[in-house]
Design a protein around this ligand. Structure first.
Ligand SMILES: [Fe+2]
Length: 396
């Protein structure tokens, strides 16, 4: 999405006969959004991508909300969530609204099926893990700290490295996930001063063409459910492609933090934007350098937005009540801020090693029923219960 890319063989012009060695023509497919006017790519398949042998509805995936609507801050401990399974089929919904959903999974096996989300872009934060994302656009190796941006419609499969543990935080977005517009100039190039540049963005770099006939199941998410579609050939049969629509990766450790003499607000940490939400990265950085600066965030009311933080570092393990993998939800309607004594204690601190992923939604989020099984139900009172050793939320 961020810029033009091409892999494999493509013809000299679009929409002309592109001959196979046997004299037949390759099957051209345009994959793009916004009705031929948004970003798109042209792919050249050995076999037509349309040869469906059978279809079946597998299951519904409607997210059910916690029936208790009492407004309060929430805290979920993903360390206590169910482990294992598939990166695509065993995701546990945590929070959701009509724009964005946040899910969590610790996959332990490779998927046999290929997967495509037809109703949302996916952003997969690899909190732990390594492997390869196989796609029709080629292989995209991933590692710890990666954000994988898998736009809707992109067929893919996770090949997980079983030598390491996997922890995936997954966002499903109704709108298109992209770098913030204010980071880009009128030509789309990332500007000087943006916290990352094109060199930090990784694209598929190797394309293997698999020409095989047989039954190949795809699982496609559409209409809030999973559908099985069986193709009569291996779907990774692309010999070449070009365009702006493809999966890409950005590692959180390549985010260049912006610091100031006094506290900088959360927009300096913004990494992506979507329709109805933003994603920010809180990375290790020097603290504010005025001698009287208060590095801890000031209390704030998120008028018009909900704030969700995923604590992505073991740095927080020693901090009371919060651990690696914690997810806090601070909804619109109640202020939040540092725990008692922590603002004063933060004065003079030089640096932080925190690592956290924040998602702010512009419409209220609901807690999914499945997340209640690993909730710290006392969190909303922790600002008065913590007398000593409270933590400094990295939010601003
Ligand atoms: Fe906050």
């Amino acid at each position: 999405m961020p810029f033009y890319h091409t892999l494999g063989k493509i013809p000299r012009k679009r929409h002309i006969a592109f001959r196979k060695p046997d004299g037949g023509i390759y099957n051209e497919e345009l994959v793009g959004h916004e009705g031929f006017t948004g970003t798109s790519s042209l792919l050249y398949h050995v076999h037509p991508p349309t040869t469906v042998k059978s279809v079946k509805r597998l299951k519904e995936t409607c997210y059910e909300p916690d029936p208790d609507k009492a407004l309060r801050h929430r805290h979920f401990l993903t360390s206590k969530a169910k482990k294992g399974g598939s990166a695509t089929l065993d995701r546990i919904p945590i929070l959701f609204n009509s724009d964005i959903a946040m899910l969590y999974v610790e996959p332990t096996k490779d998927d046999e099926h290929f997967y495509r989300n037809a109703q949302g872009d996916e952003l997969v934060y690899v909190s732990k893990g390594a492997g390869v994302l196989e796609t029709t656009y080629g292989d995209l190796p991933y590692r710890e700290g990666d954000y994988l941006i898998i736009h809707r419609g992109i067929l893919h499969r996770f090949r997980v490295d079983r030598k390491v543990d996997h922890k995936f935080l997954v966002f499903e977005s109704r709108g298109h996930i992209r770098p913030p517009k204010r980071y880009r100039n009128e030509f789309g190039q990332l500007k000087e001063g943006a916290p990352y540049s094109e060199r930090d963005i990784r694209r598929p770099m190797e394309l293997e063409t698999i020409d095989k006939k047989g039954d190949y199941p795809l699982i496609v998410k559409q209409y809030d459910g999973l559908n099985e579609i069986v193709l009569d050939h291996h779907p990774l049969d692309v010999v070449g492609w070009d365009g702006y629509f493809y999966p890409w990766a950005f590692n959180i450790n390549d985010f260049e933090p912006i610091v100031g003499r006094v506290h900088q607000p959360p927009p300096v940490h913004q990494t992506f934007e979507g329709d109805g939400f933003v994603v920010c990265s809180f990375c290790p950085r020097p603290y504010d350098f005025d001698p009287e600066a208060v590095p801890a965030p000031y209390n704030h009311s998120n008028v018009d937005s909900d704030e969700v933080l995923y604590y992505a570092s073991s740095e927080f393990m020693s901090r009371k009540g919060i651990e690696f993998g914690s997810i806090t939800h601070h909804p619109d309607g109640i202020p939040h801020g540092p725990h008692p004594g922590r603002a004063e204690a933060s004065i003079g601190a030089k640096a932080t090693n925190e690592l956290a992923v924040m998602m702010d939604s512009f419409r209220p989020l609901r807690v999914a029923k499945q997340a209640m099984g690993f909730e710290d139900s006392h969190y909303h009172k922790s600002w008065i219960e913590t007398k000593e050793g409270g933590f400094i939320p990295p939010t601003s």
